[in-house]
Design a binder for this molecule. Structure first.
Ligand code: IPM
Ligand code: MG
Length: 352
């Protein structure tokens, strides 16, 4: 079982190290770790945020464990050299079109949610975000208009097959949970969304046991803070999913707690090939200080065991260990506590 470990920038290396410590504590036989540079680290050491050798390593692995990328020192680089291109490039090159971002409340954290405790307690949803299309990957350009004004533009588009395959993922995910899908779009304004809605309706016919509703993204943003417990599976596009998943993390309590799996269709000998990363970024302001909360990355490693290695029991062990650490009051700085990255990793290992 080969894992390509790509720690990246900022707090990426710290949080990845704790996830590896947790994997190590499980003593899984046959695990092989490869390590590669991505992001600003890739640019510094190889001249590109996604060096060809890193991409090759990821392709050769059964799963990728990813930290975070982003570095203010790279803000003025051309877009194709910016650290973010590493994760965007991996998603695209590896055809990881389905991004699962679960958001579930933890016992004992209700008071730390940005929402009232009785509302926060209810949250248990998964965002199924399309990850390789939309305005993220459409043509982009800068022009100078005839009258001299500068203009920037990005093309938003979805082809029907792109919508269809992510819709299937959402419906299948719903079948393992509460059998409800909320498809989030902006069909009152965007043609892209009108096609999205049409295709989702077509796919829904194959899942008569799953209830489907459509919701405009502005309303979804509102409902997510008003009554997050009303959602089960949220199916949405790349851009809307990016925004709503950060919002969902604040309902749970901290962006340091939300994990993600990015999956495609490729099967390995052990499960579905995937890339696993916390939804947070590289947090350059606290990088290298040991202050980051590694729980999101640890939980991402759990998702990796579940989806890429078929190790459901081990995945659940990690998730239970994190939940019980939180219940016992293990708190990083992000949650108003004082524990550092390594101490949190250790607390999780103790509870495994
Ligand atoms: C995320 C991040 C990325 C995204 C960035 C780093 C490109 O915000 O995974 O949510 O926008 O997808
Ligand atoms: Mg984001």
């Amino acid at each position: 079982m080969k894992i390509a470990v790509l720690p990246g920038d900022g707090i990426g290396p710290e949080v990845t190290q704790e996830a590896l410590r947790v994997l190590d504590a499980l003593q899984l036989p046959g695990l092989k770790l490869l390590e590669g540079d991505v992001g600003a680290a890739g640019y510094r050491n190889h001249g590109h945020p996604l060096p060809p050798e890193t991409l090759a390593m990821a392709r050769e692995a059964d799963a990728v464990l990813f930290g975070a990328v982003g570095d203010p020192a790279c803000d003025n680089l051309d877009r194709h050299l910016r650290p973010e291109q590493a994760v965007l490039g991996l998603r695209k090159e590896l055809d990881l079109f389905a991004n699962l971002r679960p958001a579930k409340g933890f016992d004992g954290l209700e008071e730390l949610s940005a929402l009232r405790p009785e509302i926060a307690r209810e949250i248990d949803l998964v965002i199924v975000r399309e990850l390789t299309g939309d305005i993220y990957f459409g043509e982009k350009a800068r022009h100078v208009l005839l009258d001299g004004r500068r203009e920037g533009w990005d093309r938003m588009a979805y082809a029907e097959d792109e919508v269809r395959r992510i819709a299937h993922v959402a419906f299948r995910t719903a079948q393992t949970r509460g059998n409800r899908v909320t498809s989030v779009d902006k069909a009152n304004v965007l043609e892209t969304s009108r096609l999205w809605r049409e295709v989702v309706e077509e796919v829904a016919v194959e899942y008569l046991d799953v209830a489907l509703e459509h919701m405009y993204v502005d309303n979804a943003a509102m409902q997510l803070v008003k009554a997050p417990g009303a959602f089960d599976v949220v199916l949405t596009s790349n851009l809307f999913g990016d925004i709503l998943s950060d919002q969902a993390s604040m309902c749970v309590g901290s962006i340091g707690l939300l994990a993600s799996a990015s999956l495609g269709e490729r099967q390995t000998a052990y499960g579905t090939f995937g890339l696993y990363e916390p939804i947070h970024g590289s947090a350059p302001d606290i990088a290298g200080q040991g202050k980051a909360n590694p729980m999101a990355t640890i939980l991402s490693a759990a998702m990796m065991l579940r989806h890429s290695f078929g190790l459901e029991a081990e995945a659940a062990r990690i998730e239970n260990a994190v939940a019980s650490a939180l219940k016992d009051g293990v708190r990083g700085v992000d949650l108003g506590g004082t524990l550092g990255c390594a101490a949190i990793g250790e607390a999780v290992c103790e509870r495994l």
